[in-house]
Design a protein around this ligand. Structure first.
Ligand code: SF4
Length: 257
């Protein structure tokens, strides 16, 4: 049996790989690249793969999430993340169909705190088994740093900038105002790229297009473009909520819902 690890660039999947190594499991590292990843993700993935003595199976069809939104004529949002379906689930499913035995488990880097997501993924990927090695070997998040340190691997820089995930370079169509303020503050150049891409895709889709950022004022929901959001930040008129979505139900939620 070969464990097929969805190697996303996050801490959970990286630690799953190291745990598989330490427990003498046979495994592959499968990375579905959205082409808008943080540069440091590639360094991190390479470090982990080197420690495991593995080559990364790198899947991409050349499209970014913005290309998917333009093609589907619908910008992804908290309810519909076709970026994840097109750029992650489908290519991984196709690769597994060609190269893996039907009984090979798909490993997701989720732990006990994400049992609901694991259960949704199990329904979504059935009959292929979906497992969490973090749960099986009772690995908790506070142990991640220590496990990486054993191999001299630095964690991805997005975590130290306050992001909860290392996906899509801090961008996510499911993320809320708080995360996009963080993106503007920590990486204005990347924010500007997404602002321009949103303008492009809104123009290509036309009047039916709707941006994903939502602002609720006096019980009314307004949809904001990234440009409008940035202008409000610069004017000092943007009131950020205490909490908002950090995004990324990537790879499991979008088709399982
Ligand atoms: S992280 Fe967000 S934007 Fe990127 S592929 Fe996943 S759902 Fe889409």
């Amino acid at each position: 049996m070969t464990y097929q690890i969805s190697f996303s660039g996050g801490m959970g999947s990286a630690v799953s790989a190291l745990v598989a190594l330490e427990n003498d499991l046979d495994f592959n590292l499968i990375f579905a690249d959205t082409l808008i990843e943080d540069e440091d993700l590639y360094r991190f993935n390479d470090d982990v793969a080197r420690a495991c003595g593995k080559e990364i199976i790198h899947l991409t069809d050349g499209r970014t999430p913005w290309d998917v939104y333009a093609e589907k004529r619908w910008i992804g949002n908290t309810r519909t993340a076709h970026c994840s379906t097109e750029l992650k689930s489908k290519p991984v499913r196709a690769w597994l169909g060609e190269h893996a035995a039907p009984s090979d488990p798909l490993v997701l880097g989720m732990d006990m705190s994400e049992l609901d997501r694991i259960e949704r993924a199990q329904k979504h990927w059935a009959p292929r088994p979906v497992v969490s090695l973090l749960n099986r070997y009772q690995i908790w998040r506070p142990q991640y740093d220590e496990i990486l340190a054993r191999y001299g691997i630095r964690k991805p820089r997005l975590y130290s900038q306050g992001y909860e995930h290392n996906n899509c370079g801090g961008f996510c169509c499911k993320a809320g105002l708080v995360q996009f303020e963080r993106l503007y503050r920590t990486n204005p150049k990347r924010f500007a790229f997404h602002e321009a891409e949103m303008d492009r895709v809104l123009a290509e889709i036309g009047p039916t297009a709707r941006p994903f950022l939502r602002q609720v004022q006096s019980g009314v929901t307004y949809y904001l473009t990234l440009r409008e959001f940035r202008e409000q930040l610069q004017d000092g008129t943007m009131e950020l909520p205490m909490f908002s979505e950090a995004g990324c139900g990537c790879f499991t939620d979008e088709e399982a819902a």
